[in-house]
Design a protein around this ligand. Structure first.
Ligand SMILES: *[C@@H]1O[C@H](CO)[C@@H](O)[C@H](O)[C@H]1NC(C)=O
Ligand SMILES: *[C@@H]1O[C@H](CO)[C@@H](O)[C@H](O)[C@H]1NC(C)=O
Ligand SMILES: *[C@@H]1O[C@H](CO)[C@@H](O)[C@H](O)[C@H]1NC(C)=O
Ligand SMILES: *[C@@H]1O[C@H](CO)[C@@H](O)[C@H](O)[C@H]1NC(C)=O
Ligand SMILES: *[C@@H]1O[C@H](CO)[C@@H](O)[C@H](O)[C@H]1NC(C)=O
Ligand SMILES: *[C@@H]1O[C@H](CO)[C@@H](O)[C@H](O)[C@H]1NC(C)=O
Length: 505
């Protein structure tokens, strides 16, 4: 990739220069094609046919204007100069000329500002692409290796971006040089991804998020040209329950491998949710020790960028966590206390236990954990309404129970009894007071197959297919503001977007 953006710099320089030169009727354009892009067409403004604007009553003037010389230098810049053969001083003509020059210059400025806008937009994309490339290159040099990366997904994203650039290019009638650059870089990205694929390196999928953002920007740029596709119905506003529940789910986007590495297959991750500061929550990653049981270390990141780059992490140690049923709400982490039916609240600022409480009669230590996931008899969940815990008791015969907790005191506020046997579900999450349970279809797909609505007491079957990267979904956490699922998939951190029924039921 190029180290900087000399082309854009040169173009901007050229544009300001051109604006200044116009007064002297020295006229510069990058290529003949580009002149129409700038709002000028040398043939119509300076050619014989358009002499009328400059001197309709005086044919000689228009003829003298048609006598200009032009040359194209080796960088494709077209230089034109016009010679005025008149030796006597035609004051009135000069006056008219001045007026015309003024009109032209205004028109030029107008077009120029449009161009600058696009140039700036594109320059931003270019920087992002460059950054992306550098990061890919860094990852390329990374030595951790892993064999099951879904490069297909990246390739599809890059392809889509390429398509958008081509559309963008078409809308830049006459001057697509800048867009061409972008196109080349995106092609290069495709090549890089293919190269990486063959190298089979780890963690490259973190860039998917960047590509996503880039794609969005391109779409915006495209839309700003008035060619945007008709808008899809807006998703429900963040944190709102004005919808009819989950009806579908996006493909996963792989955020990254957990910070402890490939062997840490068990764990959880998510984003703190607090109704007071819904969009401000920090990200947490809590891989269990390799025994799949003890939660000892967890990390906090202020931003997703920090998480992606594994930078500015706060790492804390607790020695008493069990299983990956952890959830974070209002800057507190809720955990199952090791080897007990107790639950605890850990203040994330101080990493100290604020409250512990016994969850009455809760089964624990693999009595009724999830299918394929051990030590998760007690699974916390957070949704728009607050903190919940999903568990079973001997009395419930292993069927799932949902309890609403007071997040301050950990007291059980209310409990709902489902008819769904907990060990036959692979995991659960809550959205707007509705419990959703997943089960394994095969090594690559999971199904959201069951719901229980605590608002109505209704329960039933669903069949929403959920793709996954790895075999086991170790934990699922929902974030009400992002309306995303945070899934810990055998060491990989995945995000899914939930799709809701538009109409409330
Ligand atoms: C694309 O990659 C090729 C070879 O890797 C390189 O020569 C070229 O400069 C790159 N183009 C851009 C725009 O980065
Ligand atoms: C154009 O200018 C050149 C020299 O300045 C002159 O020789 C030539 O006759 C001119 N042509 C016309 C069409 O005026
Ligand atoms: C890429 O961008 C991020 C923030 O957008 C910045 O922190 C990082 O240093 C950049 N990386 C490179 C290699 O330029
Ligand atoms: C669910 O979303 C996927 C794309 O993620 C789409 O292919 C599928 O058709 C959708 N299913 C339904 C029932 O809308
Ligand atoms: C966590 O502890 C800090 C310091 O004692 C306190 O200021 C903060 O309010 C506590 N946070 C929560 C969410 O309880
Ligand atoms: C939770 O407990 C605290 C302290 O007893 C109390 O102030 C608060 O109202 C309770 N919240 C709910 C929702 O019951």
């Amino acid at each position: 990739m190029r180290p900087g953006h000399p082309f854009l710099l040169a173009l901007l320089l050229f544009l300001s220069q051109a604006a200044g030169d116009l007064g002297d009727l020295g006229f510069l354009a990058p290529t003949p094609g580009s002149s129409s892009f700038l709002g000028f067409d040398s043939s119509s403004n300076f050619g014989p046919g358009s002499g009328s604007r400059l001197g309709s009553s005086e044919a000689p003037l228009s003829q003298s204007f048609s006598n200009f010389t032009g040359s194209v230098d080796d960088r494709g810049t077209c230089q034109c100069s016009v010679s005025l053969p008149d030796t006597t001083f035609p004051a009135d003509r000069v006056e008219r000329l001045e007026f015309t020059a003024h009109v032209l210059s205004e028109k030029f400025e107008k077009e120029l500002s449009k161009v600058k806008e696009y140039v700036q937009l594109i320059s931003v994309y270019e920087k992002k692409l460059l950054n992306l490339t550098i990061r890919v290159e860094i990852m390329e040099k990374d030595t951790i290796s892993y064999t099951e990366l879904d490069f297909e997904l990246i390739k599809i994203e890059v392809k889509e971006m390429e398509k958008l650039v081509i559309q963008l290019k078409e809308s830049f009638v006459g001057s697509s040089e800048i867009v061409n650059q972008l196109e080349v870089e995106i092609r290069n990205m495709t090549l890089l991804v293919e190269k990486l694929e063959s190298l089979d390196k780890n963690n490259v999928l973190a860039i998917r998020r960047e590509i996503e953002a880039l794609k969005k920007k391109l779409k915006e740029c495209e839309a700003s040209k008035g060619e945007g596709s008709p808008a899809a119905p807006p998703p429900p506003s963040p944190g709102s329950c004005g919808h009819g529940g989950v009806v579908n789910i996006s493909k996963p986007s792989v955020v990254q491998l957990n910070w402890r590495g490939f062997s840490y297959k068990y764990g959880a991750w998510g984003r703190d949710y607090s109704p007071q500061h819904p969009g401000k929550g920090l990200y947490w990653v809590a891989p269990l020790n390799t025994d799949g049981r003890i939660l000892e270390y967890y990390r906090l990141y202020n931003t997703l960028d920090d998480l992606l780059l594994y930078t500015n992490a706060r790492e804390n140690r607790i020695a008493y966590g069990q299983g990956s049923g952890t959830a974070v709400y209002n800057n507190n982490m809720y955990i199952n206390w090791y080897n007990t039916r107790n639950i605890a609240k850990v203040n994330l600022t101080t990493n100290t236990v604020a409250v512990t409480k016994t969850l009455p009669n809760a089964a624990y230590n693999n009595r009724f954990s999830y299918a394929n996931v051990a030590w998760q008899d007690i699974d916390f969940a957070v949704d728009e309404n607050g903190l919940w815990v999903i568990y079973s008791t001997e009395a419930s015969t292993g069927n799932m129970m949902i309890s609403k907790l007071n997040d301050t005191t950990l007291e059980v506020l209310n409990t709902w009894y489902t008819k769904q046997y907990k060990p036959s579900a692979s995991n659960t999450f809550m959205v707007c007071g509705v419990l959703y349970a997943t089960r394994i279809l095969n090594t690559r797909t999971e199904e959201i197959f069951y719901y229980y609505d605590t608002n109505t007491g209704k329960e039933g079957k669903l069949n929403i297919v959920m793709h996954k990267m790895q075999e086991r979904v170790q934990s699922i956490n929902y974030h009400p503001f992002d309306q995303k699922l945070f899934v810990y998939n055998d060491g990989y951190l995945l995000n899914y977007d939930l799709i809701f029924l538009q109409e409330p039921q």
